[in-house]
Design a binder for this molecule. Structure first.
Ligand SMILES: C[S@@+](CC[C@H](N)C(=O)[O-])C[C@H]1O[C@@H](n2cnc3c(N)ncnc32)[C@H](O)[C@@H]1O
Length: 452
């Protein structure tokens, strides 16, 4: 943590405007795949009220034997010595109050970063980030943090031991909670659950639903940001804060509720979502006349409207239907035949690229993967061809919403290519093709992969 920022110098500069606040602009032409930033986290915080060892990040109920506050699993013996000594020196600290509320530890850790003269500068940088404190005042999240973080910290007496105790009050602690909520990146814990990481420079990137970077975080929690397409000098460098496979309604709702802004990017402003039609429905009027029109949400009239015949359908009715189908999908997630039934019914009403259809296809593809990977099952050829078909149709949607290099596209392409290779091996084994045909099909497969 002594050296958190490892910027690839001269790739970007920080600018500020009314809409985005601080944001990042390229200071030179960047090529697709080029690294923009390499950064270590200032802080990693457990999520979902979990308690995680500060060394290995495994779930633990144990705490450091010396300071009694820092979560430390039985196997890990030590943590930051300065912090341990500082906490241990707090004679009348009500440790039970802090240990009872797991979420207090992340904020205690922030305050310890300020307390340490060596790391204080990072805390000051963190304080410059956007918090939306006033928008959060007295909201549900504010009250939750008040109960689970702010009050226990104050009650424990922790603040009295800090050299800057005089500036800390309830609002200051709420500010720290808000800074974490608005700026943290979701990262993966060793058990696959989520945790939150604070990356001071990475957090400067503004959001775009079709971002021009990819963010990857390695096993040591080092963040690497690289260009997913060519970026011109002067262009804003963006990151996508949310799941690209959500429709516009959901993306905008989550961004508003968690990051407090209305996204107006190209994808959000286009009812066809960059021609992906990921939120479009089949028009019941047009399809009867074999015109194949699509219903898209018309922000001005608040209804869904057909792009071909202008037939309108109430947004309420459609939203209720989509919610209901979403619940049904959740209920049958591990069952291929029930998912297939849902898919058949969705196909009759939704655009083939609709996010619910993609979701069901991803679910089925993942179940088929488990069957293919289980050597004891000896799956039929149809299992392979089905999975290939599913991956190909998912890729078609991804090409619209993820134009550059992307992890999701790469994973789907890997799934496709490995299944195609396995499929060819199987048909060769069954003597359905000869050596020459096998060779030709492998060459064709490589060519097709290069087209993506
Ligand atoms: C992770 S921070 C990004 C850095 C921030 N602008 C700053 O000055 O600290 C996220 C916040 O930036 C702003 N922001 C990011 N992307 C935006 C966008 N596309 N439109 C409007 N505001 C955006 C919002 O205030 C959001 O809560």
């Amino acid at each position: 943590m002594d050296d958190v920022g490892d910027t690839f110098n001269q790739t970007f500069k920080i600018e500020r405007n009314e809409t985005l606040g601080r944001h990042v602009v390229a200071t030179k032409n960047l090529k697709a795949g080029e690294s923009i930033l390499l950064e270590h986290p200032l802080l990693i915080i457990a999520s979902n009220n979990e308690s995680r060892c500060v060394n290995c990040f495994k779930l633990t109920e144990n705490h450091c034997k010396s300071c009694k506050i820092t979560p430390l699993c039985g196997k890990c013996q030590q943590h930051n010595q300065l912090e341990c000594e500082k906490l241990s020196s707090m004679r009348d600290l009500q440790t039970a109050e802090l240990v009872k509320y797991n979420e207090t530890y992340g904020i205690i850790k922030c305050l310890l970063i300020k307390e340490n003269a060596k790391t204080e500068k990072y805390f000051e940088q963190f304080m410059e980030a956007e918090s939306h404190l006033e928008q959060r005042r007295n909201t549900v999240i504010w009250r939750e943090h008040q109960r689970n973080i702010v009050e226990p910290i104050i009650k424990s007496g922790f603040i009295n031991y800090l050299r800057f105790a005089s500036i800390i009050n309830e609002d200051f602690l709420q500010l720290l909670c808000a800074l974490v909520d608005v700026n943290a990146f979701e990262i993966r814990a060793p058990d696959g659950h989520t945790m939150r990481g604070i990356y001071l420079q990475g957090a400067l990137l503004s959001h775009d639903c079709t971002a021009n970077t990819v963010v990857s975080i390695d096993d040591y929690y080092c963040m690497k940001i690289y260009a997913n397409q060519d970026i011109k000098c002067g262009q804003i460098i963006t990151n996508c804060y949310i799941n690209v496979l959500w429709g516009t309604e959901e993306r905008r709702r989550v961004l508003w509720e968690s990051k407090y802004f209305h996204c107006t990017c190209l994808r959000c402003s286009d009812p066809t979502e960059l021609n992906s039609h990921i939120s479009s429905l089949l028009c019941p009027k047009c399809s009867k006349r074999e015109l194949s029109g699509y219903l898209v949400k018309d922000a001005n009239i608040g209804n869904y409207r057909c792009l071909t015949c202008h037939y309108q359908k109430s947004a309420d009715e459609i939203d209720k239907y989509l919610k209901m189908m979403e619940m049904q999908i959740l209920k049958v997630q591990g069952n291929t035949s029930q998912l297939d039934e849902i898919l058949t019914s969705l196909i009759k009403r939704l655009h083939p690229h609709h996010y619910l259809i993609v979701d069901v296809k991803q679910n089925i593809a993942s179940l088929l993967r488990s069957i293919i990977n289980d050597v004891t099952l000896c799956p039929e050829i149809q299992v392979y061809t089905r999975k290939i078909e599913l991956c190909q149709s998912i890729l078609k949607v991804l090409k619209h919403i993820l134009p550059g290099i992307s992890r999701l596209k790469a994973i789907t392409m890997y799934e496709l290519a490995s299944t195609q290779a396995e499929y060819r091996r199987l048909v060769y084994q069954k003597k359905m093709i000869d050596k020459l045909e096998l060779k030709v099909s492998v060459v064709t497969l490589c060519k097709k992969l290069n087209q993506f």
